[in-house]
Ligand binder design. Structure first.
Ligand SMILES: [Ca+2]
Length: 468
């Protein structure tokens, strides 16, 4: 990965020299964020997928920016979405653990500012579709935090097929602007969300710039796929679980195509800042593939938080480049706000990526931080430390990696370079001083799973998949 860097910088510098730069008088872009759920890093054509195609996402990648070192702020669904939607470390509001629906008080802090509410304040029409998973209590509903319109489910997952026999509760039913959508109208859920996104684009308020957050449940479990797509892969993908996964990702890619075409048809695509990424790495239970990255969803290994991540904006970003320095999902909000001409950056941890994509030297982030209860990590340049807390409260000997020479985190350097490990642990501790303690904690099972999966002896996909 590092060998490509000088080439990228050169192409960026050339681009910057012939690009007029950002015109602050330009009309604000439409903003579309498409989020996949538990998608593996290697499971798209442009990241190296070998057994199925993703033509729509590949086309966006080819004409946009591919972030090869793109990260989310947590390796599980809800806290990652909290970091993305607020543009800040979710730990600032104690949103560190995944949601617990049996307890009250979990989810977004009351009054939290989101990308949607900030854009709404800036005059955007805002719409959300799909999986919410950021809380279901008063003040946490999408319509309470900046979305004019919302179609989707409040929970993190549900059946992809209509549940005609079983009445759906508040969390798993599909609602449209607070009204329940009859199950019989849903069809295959991924297709329904895609069609709803297109409908919202077509019916938007044309006097305003438009913001769409399209949050698929795919390819998160349950592994439900369309029959025609399963048939399509029946010979090329012998493994039945992987076949379902391929069919689920394919349906999502079809949705991306439909959304892109709708933007094009409505004359919006040229000036739409479109971002696509996954909320965390491939999961242990959906047959996903994280490629060379060690670990899976839920871990502080790269496979947990390094995700497929692209941006496409013909009018505002260079086309067809790869950006190899670390970026984070928290950058989406400040980048979109800056592009919209919003000056207020209060409470944001991400940065405006536009100058970096137009050739500005330096790193958007010298450091990135992660923490979910007993497992934490910090990245400083190419160095990374993983810190695990044992049941008795003590910390395990840290794990130290040099990602420049060891991207797959196979060589723990903590023993031979204790000073570096200690320096990174100090950085982590300094960051933690500005964060809240976790507002709630999932059960011991999830804490113990994290302790179990961050061991040098747990290596290889089979071993990783044994520790969900
Ligand atoms: Ca997820």
């Amino acid at each position: 990965m590092t060998s490509k860097r000088s080439g990228v910088f050169l192409s960026l510098a050339l681009f910057a020299s012939c690009h007029a730069g950002n015109n602050e008088d330009a009309p604000p872009p439409h903003v579309v964020v498409i989020l996949a759920d538990d998608l593996g890093y290697n499971d798209l054509g442009f990241t190296g997928c070998a057994d199925f195609d993703t033509p729509a996402l590949d086309a966006l990648a080819a004409q946009g920016v591919v972030f090869t070192d793109g990260h989310v702020s947590a390796a599980v669904c809800a806290p990652s979405r909290a970091g993305l939607i607020t543009g800040a470390h979710q730990q600032r509001m104690g949103f560190e653990s995944n949601l617990i629906y049996t307890e009250s008080g979990t989810g977004l802090a009351r009054g939290a500012r989101t990308l949607a509410s900030r854009l709404q304040d800036a005059g955007y029409a805002t719409a959300g579709v799909g999986k919410w998973h950021l809380g279901s209590e008063e003040g946490q509903h999408p319509l309470d935090v900046g979305f004019d319109r919302f179609t989707g489910l409040l929970k993190g997952a549900r059946s992809y097929f209509p549940q005609l026999e079983k009445k759906q509760g508040k969390l798993t039913r599909i609602e449209r602007n607070l009204e329940v959508v009859p199950e019989a109208e849903l069809g295959y859920l991924t297709d329904f969300f895609s069609a709803e996104a297109v409908r919202l684009i077509e019916s938007r308020d044309q006097n305003k710039p438009f913001f769409l957050y399209l949050s698929y449940t795919a390819p998160h479990t349950p592994m439900h796929a369309r029959e025609d797509l399963l048939e399509h892969f029946s010979e090329s993908i012998p493994d039945t679980k992987r076949r379902k996964y391929a069919a689920m990702v394919t349906a999502m890619d079809e949705g991306v195509a439909a959304v892109t075409e709708a933007l094009q048809r409505n004359g919006m695509l040229e000036n739409t800042l479109l971002v696509f990424l996954s909320d965390n790495g491939g999961a242990t239970n959906n047959s996903s593939d994280n490629g060379i990255w060690r670990g899976m969803k839920g871990s502080k290994w790269e496979g947990g938080h390094r995700v497929p991540f692209i941006a496409h904006w013909p009018k505002g970003f260079p086309s067809g480049i790869q950006y190899d320095l670390p970026v984070t999902s928290m950058d989406i909000t400040p980048t979109a706000l800056a592009a919209a001409g919003v000056q207020d950056k209060e409470g944001l941890d991400g940065v405006d990526l536009r100058p970096f994509l137009h050739g500005q030297a330096g790193r958007p982030h010298q450091r990135l931080y992660w923490r979910r209860n007993v497992a934490a990590a910090v990245r400083d340049g190419d160095w990374k430390v993983i810190r695990i807390q044992e049941k008795d409260g003590t910390f395990r000997e840290p794990l130290l990696f040099d990602l420049a020479s060891d991207p797959s985190e196979e060589n723990n350097l903590a023993g031979q370079n204790p000073e570096k490990a200690a320096a990174l642990l100090d950085l982590l501790a300094a960051w933690e001083e500005n964060m809240q303690p976790s507002g709630w904690v999932q059960g011991d099972r999830w804490l113990n799973n994290q302790r179990a999966k961050h061991k040098m002896s747990v290596i290889g996909r089979d071993a990783e998949r044994a520790v969900p």
